[in-house]
Design a protein around this ligand. Structure first.
Ligand SMILES: NC(=O)c1ccc[n+]([C@@H]2O[C@H](COP(=O)([O-])OP(=O)(O)OC[C@H]3O[C@@H](n4cnc5c(N)ncnc54)[C@H](OP(=O)(O)O)[C@@H]3O)[C@@H](O)[C@H]2O)c1
Length: 313
């Protein structure tokens, strides 16, 4: 058996359960490709799984490699594949039911892999798949956002929010976004038309008649969002299922979505990056050996853009 370096957990717990160690190098099975990981994006789901928050709904066997965002190079292909060849530069949001990308190698279903944007490096590309697919599926596939519409994006400075702002602007929408005081000028740089400081102002006093609310925060923020929607509008959440009763009372629609891997949307996204319409914002790059620090930062809930682990230096 061949070995590789990986960060694994052998139990649920705090960042200290992340262990940098040798792990078996995977072998691609039917319809799978083996990817040499160059960079692995960090997402809140990583530390939520590490802490055991999802253990009742999604049981995992240990040891487990976390991390479901990657950019890298195809190293080998399994039987039943044909889309990629050794040496192709790719990115992916792999199946989160399997081992993830905090490792030198990962096997991924070919259907979850796309050619990475050519104009950016692996660290930048590794920041994209999970968060950008989530934003795309929330505001376009579910929210139906179109040119000229108005959207309120909660958590506009975060990993998902930063992509949602840029995608909404590319579509030709008017974008209102919430963030703390430190991120107000960042929101403007991203393209937000009306930034709102949630620490100073109550957004529901300032916003009226939007077609779409995109909620990446949940809780009280979600509850206070009904009144800013116009009749027939939609609240799309990725944080918590909104109340169907409240939606009906306000004459609006609601949806909770779970992102699904989608390589054709990743291909569309790569084109947008390469024509300069979309740019990942990577706030922090850390080596794979610093996965614990990456989790501590993500857990603050105040990441600007993305945190990425550099796997191959
Ligand atoms: N359902 C799905 O498929 C799916 C997919 C991806 C993510 N998610 C979930 O969606 C959430 C967001 O993910 P993410 O990757 O964007 O997280 P993230 O990068 O950690 O987001 C952090 C951002 O949230 C902002 N924020 C914190 N409190 C806020 C508030 N009260 N109002 C407005 N903004 C606030 C922070 O801005 P300030 O620093 O300025 O406060 C920060 O920029 C997470 O809970 C994640 O697990 C779900």
């Amino acid at each position: 058996m061949e070995y590789m370096k990986a960060v694994r957990i052998h139990q649920y717990g705090g960042p200290e359960v992340l262990v940098f160690e040798d792990a078996p190098r995977p072998v691609p099975g039917f319809a799978e490709v083996l990817i040499r990981v160059h960079a692995a994006g960090i997402n809140p789901i990583d530390w939520k799984i590490r802490a055991g928050h999802l253990k009742d709904v999604r049981p995992y066997a240990f040891p487990l490699i976390l991390g479901w965002d990657l950019s890298g190079v195809v190293e080998a292909i399994g039987p039943g594949t044909g889309k990629f060849k050794k040496g192709d530069e790719v990115y992916s949001r792999p199946d989160s039911a399997r081992n993830g990308a905090y490792a030198e190698y990962i096997t991924v279903k070919e259907s979850e892999v796309a050619v990475k944007p050519r104009s950016i490096d692996h660290v930048q590309a590794g920041a994209i798949p999970l968060a950008c697919l989530t934003a795309w599926q929330a505001i376009f596939d579910t929210g139906g956002l179109s040119a000229g519409q108005r959207i309120l994006i909660h958590g506009a400075a975060g990993g998902v929010g930063s992509f949602a702002v840029q995608l909404a602007k590319w579509k030709g929408a008017y974008v209102i976004g919430t963030a703390s005081a430190r991120n107000q000028s960042y929101l403007r740089e991203l393209g937000v038309d009306e930034p709102i400081d949630y620490e100073k102002d109550r957004f529901e006093d300032l916003v009226r008649s939007v077609e779409v609310v995109f909620d990446t925060i949940g809780g009280d923020t979600q509850k206070r969002s009904w009144k800013v929607l116009q009749k027939g509008g939609i609240l799309v959440s990725i944080a918590a299922p909104p109340s169907a009763e409240e939606a009906a009372k306000s004459g609006v629609r609601q949806a909770f979505i779970l992102m699904t891997p989608n390589s054709s949307e990743l291909t569309e996204i790569a084109k947008l990056v390469d024509i300069g319409k979309l740019k990942p914002v990577v706030e922090t790059v850390l080596p794979l050996t610093d996965a614990r620090r990456a989790h501590e930062l993500s857990q603050t809930g105040h990441t600007r853009g993305k945190i990425v682990l550099r796997v191959l230096s």
